[in-house]
Ligand binder design. Sequence first.
Ligand code: GAR
Length: 203
Amino acid sequence: MRLAILLSGRGSNFQAIHEAIAARRLPAEIAVVIANRPEAPGLGLARNAGYETHAIDHRLYKTRAEHEDAVIALIDHAEVDFICLAGYMRLLSPPFVRRFQHRIVNIHPSLLPSFPGVDAQAQAVEHGVRISGCTVHLVDQNLDAGPILVQRAVEVRDDDDAESLSARILVEEHIAYVDALIKLGRGAPIVEGRRVIFATRDS
Ligand code: GAR
């Protein structure tokens, strides 16, 4: 299974995927790592790990479509099975999503459909939920809304703030992302409406 990783920042989810592959827990190959911000620390991590990396700075393109065309050219060239959004903080246009239907994976730091959008962990603390967590899902044309692959729950403590909750959710994110990719690596899932049925090894 060949992967493209798209990121915008720190890159800890990229790092978790990389480490799982290196430890042979995840039978996959990272073919290319693309960031929309040249200064993204995750891009440096990927470069140091020896991957093909590209900074495709969205600020240098006139339109979203032109920026996406540059990203798509790299993805096509890399011939990947899945595109993993790992803290990629740009909305993908409907044509981009359609082109890679059921092949774009995202991670979000809440139990979707609760708290989509930015600052999901702060939203959870403010709302007073007792359980939050993370969601790995297929990307569709709506924000943080596609069919769910894996979720992991995290208890919200009385003394939590957005920062402390984010740190505990992040630990689960790294497990959840690798888990989802292991499951996808067994074969293309069946997507029935919003429900995902993973392939088993023998099917
Ligand atoms: C992660 O917490 C991820 O869930 C979140 O950005 C962070 C990236 O961290 N993504 C979203 O909020 C997407 N809506 P990382 O760069 O260390 O992987």
